[in-house]
Design a protein around this ligand. Structure first.
Ligand code: FAD
Length: 188
């Protein structure tokens, strides 16, 4: 059985909706399906969505990669699909994720700046820029972080230990207790 790797760029056809839990809702649905299918097919890789464009990298058994790519090519959620890399692979380079979502916008921004690029338009990436993008995805997956949030988002989305209502209730209860103690103390 032979391994292969594939990267492509495309343009989203949907209008981006406000981000929910760190991910654009259309992209979240794509990720859900991809994670399920890719885990089954032992496909690894990553998906980056920014500036209404996608960059995806896939590696795995050749027939699985090709079957998946055929489905992806037919998907109406994107268009102008440009294959950037399609070649044999000696050994797997990803280990952790069946489909990594990479909203590392700061890292990608840094990458674009270092290349003198203003916008994320992966269809016009050189092969070196593709490799840099893949490296970025690979590094984030090696960290084993499920980065579904931008850094700024992470703080906003972090689960709160107490809801605002519960907090107010606890403060009121503490004040009542203090009042009762004070009253009891004054009676002695
Ligand atoms: P289903 O179970 O048939 O569908 C899953 C969900 O996706 C359903 O809710 C369905 O309504 C919705 N859906 C499917 N197709 C469309 C569509 N054309 N328009 C709107 N909603 C739709 N699939 C992978 O398996 N692996 C990948 O790595 C992968 N990467 C993708 C990257 C991009 C940028 C895009 C746009 C799609 C990607 N997909 C990927 C999805 C792929 O194109 C197929 O939709 C999917 O593989 C179908 O698999 P399924 O038959 O198991 O899904």
């Amino acid at each position: 059985m032979s391994l292969m790797r594939l990267a492509y760029a495309s343009e989203a056809t949907f209008e981006a909706k406000p981000v929910e839990k760190g991910v654009e809702p259309h992209v979240a649905r794509i990720l859900m399906t991809s994670r399920r299918n890719n885990a089954r097919g032992k496909l690894m890789g990553g998906l980056y969505y920014g500036n209404n464009h996608f960059f995806q990298y896939l590696e795995g058994e050749e027939d699985e990669v090709r079957k998946t790519y055929e489905r992806i090519l037919k998907d109406e959620r994107h268009r102008n699909i440009v294959t950037l890399i399609e070649e044999p692979l000696a050994e797997r380079t990803f280990t952790n994720w069946s489909m990594k979502y990479v909203p590392l916008s700061r890292d990608v921004q840094r990458l674009l700046e270092s290349q003198g690029l203003q916008y994320f338009e992966p269809a016009s990436f050189t092969s070196a820029q593709c490799e840099d993008m893949i490296e970025l995805i690979r590094n984030s997956s090696h960290d084993q972080k499920l980065v579904n949030h931008d850094d700024t988002q992470t703080m906003r989305d972090a689960p709160q230990a107490f809801s605002p209502g519960l907090k107010a209730g606890l403060i009121a209860a503490a004040l009542c207790l203090l009042g009762a103690l004070f009253f009891a103390g004054s009676m002695l």
